[in-house]
Design a protein around this ligand. Structure first.
Ligand SMILES: *Cc1c(COP(=O)(O)O)cnc(C)c1O
Length: 372
């Protein structure tokens, strides 16, 4: 049996007619940049998340960059985040000449450990970027308490967490801005790159809307130095169709996670494979279902041999990346992140995964563990 890590074609088959008619409508209109299609999608997404404003942009990476720019982050400033994340989180900070200051994660949720944040704060710290890794929120209560006391901004990297919530609030309104990505493999994926920022702060919203069009509100008059970062009308039209299905797809991911949990627990895998726990008060949307295994690389090869896709998100923490050697971090600086990088493996969890495929994944992992 073949079980890919993600099967975008299965999702597309189910909504093809609807998506194609939305694309055709945009082509008939020949309006591709900004305009009513984008505004409609921004409003629908803001409403879905529960934020006052939604600002479309070219990618999740740009959503982070626009947030930092609107907050006035500049060369010499420091921004706190985790080393165990996708590069874009740290890259956005560095692109402004600011310095990423890393703080280790919690071993269970893979999210920032709030107990370590305060000692990383200096007079230069302008913001914290908690990452809602794999689809569940970082401990935002604790993070916001520190940020408020220290008067620094909080930017949620919610690129993997659209639809996730903590308490009764969705990711995207738990900090000052929320950054989303519509990269095809995210829970709400476009037909290419795309991103969006949510906020309840009018000043930040106005600033980000201006920065994404070269810092201009009145054409050819530039109040700030921005750049070009828009969400295309074509992408907005596709995403508008897909947004209607997001909750249904999320339920599919959660159902699969629950099945894994039941079946793996029953299989009694002992220390061979450890399952991902959900933090208290979190509604997890499982962009990834990420287990830990001591013999991770052997397990991955075994799965591949049996036709099962898996991936290591992420094999090398940011503080050990070549491009960040000047930050001066050594191996051992963030032991929890380093251990996670050595042990994590993400398994197929996409909503269209069938019961037979899921049973097969469990069966293959069980036979791997029996090898000892
Ligand atoms: C995908 C992702 C991003 C960047 O999104 P792009 O749209 O690919 O630029 C940033 N942070 C995290 C955690 C992501 O998973």
């Amino acid at each position: 049996m073949n079980v890919p890590l993600l099967d975008l074609k299965a999702q597309y088959r189910a909504i093809k007619a609807e998506v194609m008619s939305a694309i055709e409508a945009v082509c008939d209109e020949q309006g591709f940049v900004l305009g009513p299609r984008l505004t409609a999608f921004e409003e629908a997404t803001a409403q879905y998340i529960g934020s006052r404003y939604g600002i479309g942009c070219a990618s999740g990476s740009d959503a982070l960059l626009l947030s930092l720019m609107a907050m006035g982050v500049k060369a010499g400033d420091e921004v706190i985040t985790i080393p165990f994340t996708f590069f874009a989180t740290a890259g956005a900070i560095s692109r402004l000449g600011a310095k990423p200051v890393f703080v280790d994660i919690q071993p269970d949720t893979f999210n920032i450990d709030p107990a370590l944040i305060e000692r990383a704060i200096t007079p230069r710290t302008k913001a914290i970027i908690p990452v809602h890794l794999f689809g569940q929120c970082a401990d935002m209560g604790a993070i916001n308490e520190i940020a408020k006391r220290k008067k620094i901004y909080v930017i949620e990297d919610a690129c993997q967490a659209i639809g996730a919530s903590q308490g009764n609030k969705r990711a995207g309104i738990l900090g000052d801005t929320g950054c989303f990505s519509f990269f095809p493999s995210k829970n709400l994926g476009g037909f290419g790159d795309g991103g969006l920022i949510t906020t309840n702060d009018k000043a930040l919203a106005d600033s980000m809307a201006m920065l994404r069009v070269h810092g201009s509100q009145v054409r050819y008059l530039h109040e700030a130095i921005g750049f070009n970062s828009r969400l295309d009308a074509l992408q907005a039209a596709v995403l508008q169709v897909k947004l209607k299905y997001l909750d249904q797809w999320t339920e599919g991911r959660r159902r699969n996670a629950e099945r894994y949990q039941q079946l793996f627990t029953k299989a009694n895998l002992g220390k061979c494979v450890t399952l991902p726990p959900t933090g208290i008060g979190n509604f997890h949307v499982y962009n990834q279902y990420t287990v830990r295994a001591k013999k991770r690389d052997e397990l991955r090869a075994f799965l591949k041999d049996k036709g099962i896709g898996s991936e290591v998100y992420y094999p090398l923490p940011m503080h050990l990346q070549h491009c960040y050697r000047d930050l001066g971090y050594q191996k051992g600086a963030f032991p929890i992140s380093e251990k996670a990088a050595d042990e994590v493996l993400s398994l197929p969890i996409y909503p269209e995964l069938t019961e037979l495929q899921l049973l097969y994944v469990v069966e293959v992992i069980e036979s791997f563990c029996k090898l000892g």
